[in-house]
Design a binder for this molecule. Structure first.
Ligand SMILES: Nc1ncnc2c1ncn2[C@@H]1O[C@H](COP(=O)(O)OP(=O)(O)O)[C@@H](O)[C@H]1O
Ligand SMILES: [Mg+2]
Length: 287
């Protein structure tokens, strides 16, 4: 399982939109994907079919999972789409405080919890909250690729140094192979400010910047509003194409490891018992 963490402590730079569209495109291409929502606002959870009110009572959320002493995490997995599972999130102040206060391995809670399910997925896509506190650090500690979405607007780069310093520190401590890459989001090619932000990003990230720019498009907003990825609502939109291209770039970065349909064929032929997709199929047959 390769883990892609979408991180930027700025709100509104398209973290959730990127996580949602990446997860859906990858699953549609045949990869087995685990999406993890670490933001208590629960936007990704809602977009993937979660019910925030229900989650507040069941507490089957990523934060509670991190605090759960039991090894089995299957109770926290929700089927969102074929081959796409979700560990959702919702507002839960107590859980956040408890995570912050964990005395031992505070930054490794998520990594340890996900260890038993790693073999069931090709990719894990983690959406993080707009902060650099414990949940985000937990995500970074298991990150193979940290994707930093940057909105193409004034002030988009303010605070980026602080973010990069933090990500680099977690890489040194816990994830030495982590790749850090910038992504231009809400990009309008004809606007001067967008080009300026892009050229500054190029000088900061050097070769670690995605060629793909996610265009600003009404279709993205409309899709998110209806609880879907743009890929599901308007496949002909330039934004849908951009998310396809972004997925390809990510797969290239990972050297086309055995993912997608190849892995799927392997999963079914081996009857991988750790995969939640396989378990869900079994349950369906038993009903
Ligand atoms: N490419 C895009 N074109 C138009 N609107 C977008 C695009 N990407 C994101 N948005 C909108 O911008 C807002 C913030 O995006 P979101 O993904 O929630 O950001 P974050 O998770 O970083 O806070 C949302 O209303 C979303 O629909
Ligand atoms: Mg968000």
């Amino acid at each position: 399982m390769k883990t892609i963490v979408i991180a930027n402590h700025k709100g509104g730079c398209a973290k959730t939109t990127t996580a949602l569209n990446l997860a859906v495109v990858m699953a549609n291409q045949g990869s087995r994907v685990l999406a993890v929502d670490l933001d208590p606002q629960g936007n990704l959870s809602v977009a993937l079919g979660g019910d925030l009110q229900e989650l507040e009572s069941t507490r089957c959320t990523s934060h509670r999972m991190m605090l759960d002493a039991r090894g089995d995490v299957s109770a926290y997995l929700m089927r969102a789409r074929p081959r796409l599972d979700l560990i959702p999130s919702c507002l839960d102040h107590d859980a956040e405080t408890l995570i912050e206060g964990q005395p031992v391995s505070r930054d490794l809670l998520l990594k340890n919890k996900l260890a038993p399910v790693r073999s069931g997925y090709d990719y894990c896509v983690i959406d993080t909250p707009p902060s650099l506190r414990a949940p985000t650090l937990n995500a970074l500690a298991l990150s193979d690729l940290t994707l930093i979405p940057i909105e193409s607007s004034m002030f988009a780069l303010v605070g980026l140094t602080q973010l990069m310093r933090m990500v680099a520190a977690v890489r040194r401590a816990h994830a030495p192979k982590m790749i850090i890459m910038g992504l231009s989001t809400m990009y309008v090619a004809r606007q001067t400010v967008d080009k300026e932000v892009r050229s500054q990003m190029e000088s900061i990230f050097k070769s670690n910047i995605f060629e793909t720019r996610i265009p600003r498009a009404a279709a993205v907003n409309a899709a998110t509003g209806s609880g879907k990825s743009v890929f599901e609502t308007d496949i002909s939109s330039p934004a849908a194409l951009a998310f396809f291209q972004l997925t390809n770039e990510i797969r290239e970065r990972f050297d086309h490891e055995k993912v997608g349909l190849d892995a799927l064929t392997q999963e079914y032929s081996e009857g991988d018992s750790t995969s939640s997709s396989a378990r869900e199929e079994e349950r369906r047959h038993q009903r």
